[in-house]
Design a protein around this ligand. Structure first.
Ligand code: MD3
Ligand code: FE
Length: 217
């Protein structure tokens, strides 16, 4: 067996790969736009700050969240839903920045979803130890639209499960700039995120940010 120095140094690993039917990873797809995305994100969090929401069962989520676009995802003791008004400032969510919309649409098109028009972007902030347990995204009306996710900041191990909660998940490391498009047969698969390891990212410090673009209504 020969150690292929060229492969390990030159980087011939695929920049695009299917994790399974309907789940395409676009490695580094957001990198050329990271500064524009983070600058636009500041405007969003100035108006609608990150907050730790409560689940219907009474647990505080370890992931801090906010949203932009016409609809924002919220949870409280009464349940999970999309809402047009941010309950914290009691104002509509910030408009989706053009840089967000363009990135989501170009990634979706690249993965075969030509007419993706997201009306919601849920922004998740992971601090050290924050995680997301295995779940399905089922609060949207139209499962024919994909979900586009953009990873920024510290790396995380993403869990890509099956159609049942007990199916053994695939572990996928996602780093700053990676984009994943989840659609078609992958749309209702269970997924989650392992607890964030401590670290320092040059732009985001001790955090991981995930933008998830959805067609909510
Ligand atoms: C796979 N967020 O907000 S995005 C969520 O990294 C959520 O913050 C994770 O799951 C995060 O609901 C993962 C990736 C994702 C989103 C939707 C999916 C993966 C998916 C729907 C079906 C299958
Ligand atoms: Fe999810």
């Amino acid at each position: 067996m020969t150690l292929d120095l060229f492969d390990s140094v030159g980087g011939t690993e695929p920049r695009e790969e299917d994790l399974g039917p309907g789940a395409r990873v676009l490695r580094g797809f957001a990198l050329p736009h990271d500064a524009a995305l983070l600058s636009a994100l500041q405007g969003i969090t100035d108006a609608s700050p990150f907050r730790h929401m409560e689940t219907p069962g009474g647990f505080r989520m370890s992931v801090a969240m906010t949203s932009c676009g016409a609809w924002g995802w919220v949870t409280d003791r009464t349940g999970y839903r999309y809402a047009e008004v941010d309950p914290v400032p009691e104002r509509p969510w910030p408009t989706m920045p053009m840089a967000f919309l363009q990135l989501a649409q170009s990634a979706a098109a690249r993965a075969g979803f030509a007419d993706f028009v997201p009306d919601s972007c849920l922004v998740n902030r992971y601090d050290t130890g924050a995680k997301m347990s295995l779940h399905q995204d089922k609060d949207e009306r139209d499962f024919s639209a994909p979900i586009v996710s953009v990873s920024l900041g510290l790396p995380a191990v993403f869990l890509f499960g099956g159609e049942g909660r007990a199916d053994k998940p695939l572990r996928v490391r996602l780093i700053h700039g990676d984009v994943v498009v989840w659609g078609g047969p992958a749309r209702l698969r269970y997924h989650g995120v392992m607890p964030l390891k401590p670290g320092h990212h040059p732009q985001l410090g001790a955090h991981r940010i995930n933008l998830t673009f959805r067609k909510a209504r």
